[in-house]
Design a protein around this ligand. Structure first.
Ligand SMILES: Cc1ncc(C[n+]2csc(CCOP(=O)(O)OP(=O)(O)O)c2C)c(N)n1
Ligand SMILES: [Mg+2]
Length: 386
């Protein structure tokens, strides 16, 4: 194991020596210590692409590492285009993954197709990895629910916009797998802000009690719109929230895709093996605005953002791959062209999709549409008297 609990670079207030002395005194004062807990931090690649500790086994597979890299670059290219579409009035609100590409890609890469993904609105990297077509994502954010009819695994859940509400769904999915004795895992992605929601606590508690095959992943990008992490929690880590639910919480460097993939591999394997849930806190930074409706310069300093650019995941993996002679400038140029072509083709298909007629908004809501809505539907459809 290549763990390090001391390599805790992003902890906001590491315990000091005097804290340790104080707690020891309390224990010495006659009260027994009944439990102790630890939170591990996992990192392999430094921001400059150098290696901090021996790599996990999968990292000897150059094709896998290159495919992770390609997926992250595609995601960034897709995000750039989606913002351009929104700015030119051809897409609704959109949430970029800038700075946290390694999380959704690394997590999804450790899943099997029969596992079930429960994503938030910022997890397009996971969707694309699992086979969702980029134009489906555009359709959804363009206001067309058909975008939720993914080409990815058919039982994956649609994007969840109500913060944290996918967590109880994940516990339910895990419960179903357990009841049916299916060796499958529910993987639930949400943000640091979501960890303050009752839904997330309740889901984790339930999953812990019933030892469900669920992996909860919190992408700690330090912000929940304009709310910084320090106002989100009094905890040193988000990972420790798993301890209260009775399972392991681990912190990973979410800008190191090797670390994310390794943590996810282990957590998914343990869940599949009947060992119960796990929680992964992926430390990252939201380099972009919250969504296209936001202007982050109104609540955070540019210097903070610039400093975080030095840690970003794509340059980090590229530096590693180039250093290992697994990647070249010519391949980089080919990839940029390929991503451009793929994204442009998706945009064309998206823009060429005939909009649905407005009355279809009433469809698929009820087995039998109540008359009050049926009348509105007829009115919208221009079907005579209502
Ligand atoms: C239940 C609910 N409350 C409030 C909102 C408005 N809202 C949208 S995103 C967001 C912040 C979420 O932050 P975080 O969980 O850290 O995810 P991130 O956006 O950083 O990926 C809020 C409050 C919402 N979508 N759903
Ligand atoms: Mg956040």
């Amino acid at each position: 194991m290549f763990w390090s609990s001391t390599n805790y670079q992003h902890g906001r207030h590491n315990r000091s020596r005097s804290d340790d002395v104080a707690s020891k005194k309390m224990a010495d004062g006659g009260l027994p210590v009944v439990a102790r807990f630890e939170v591990r931090h996992r990192n392999y690649l430094a921001p400059d692409g150098s290696i901090n500790r021996p790599l996990p086994a999968f990292a000897s597979d150059a094709n896998l590492l290159v495919s992770l890299y390609r997926a992250m670059v595609l995601l960034r290219s897709f995000d750039r285009k989606a913002v351009a579409l929104q700015r030119t009035g051809r897409l609704g609100t959109y949430a970029v993954s800038l700075g946290q590409e390694a999380v959704s890609v690394g997590i999804a890469s450790a899943m099997r197709s029969e596992d079930v993904l429960l994503p938030s609105y910022r997890d397009n990297g996971a969707l694309l990895w699992r086979g969702v077509n980029p134009e489906e994502i555009l359709l959804f954010w363009g206001g067309d629910e058909r975008g939720n009819h993914f080409s990815g695994p058919v039982e994956d859940f649609p994007f969840c916009v109500p913060v944290g509400s996918q967590a109880p769904h994940a516990a339910g999915v895990g419960y179903a797998f357990k009841l049916r004795k299916e060796p499958r895992v529910a993987v639930c992605l949400f943000g640091d802000g979501a960890t303050s929601k009752g839904d997330v606590y309740e889901a984790m508690n339930f999953a812990g009690v019933h030892k469900l095959p669920v992996v909860f992943v919190a992408t700690n990008n330090q912000w929940a719109i304009s709310v910084p992490l320090r106002l989100q929690t009094g905890c040193e880590t988000l990972a420790q929230k798993a301890i209260a639910a009775g399972f392991i919480g681990e912190q990973v460097d979410g800008s190191d895709v090797v670390a994310v993939r390794a943590a996810a591999e282990e957590a998914v394997a343990a869940a599949r093996d009947g060992q119960g849930p796990r929680f992964i806190e992926a430390l990252a930074y939201r380099l972009g605005d919250h969504t296209t409706s936001d202007d982050a310069s109104r609540y955070r300093q540019e210097a903070e953002v610039q400093a975080r650019w030095r840690e970003e995941p794509i340059a980090r993996l590229r530096a590693f791959l180039v250093g290992q002679k697994m990647w070249s400038k010519a391949e980089e140029e080919r990839l940029a062209a390929e991503c451009h072509e793929r994204v442009e083709a998706a945009v064309e298909r998206y823009l060429a999709t005939e909009p649905r007629r407005p009355e279809t908004m009433f469809d698929h809501l009820y087995a039998e549409l109540p008359e009050v809505y049926a009348a509105q539907r007829r009115e919208l459809a221009g079907e005579g008297d209502v």
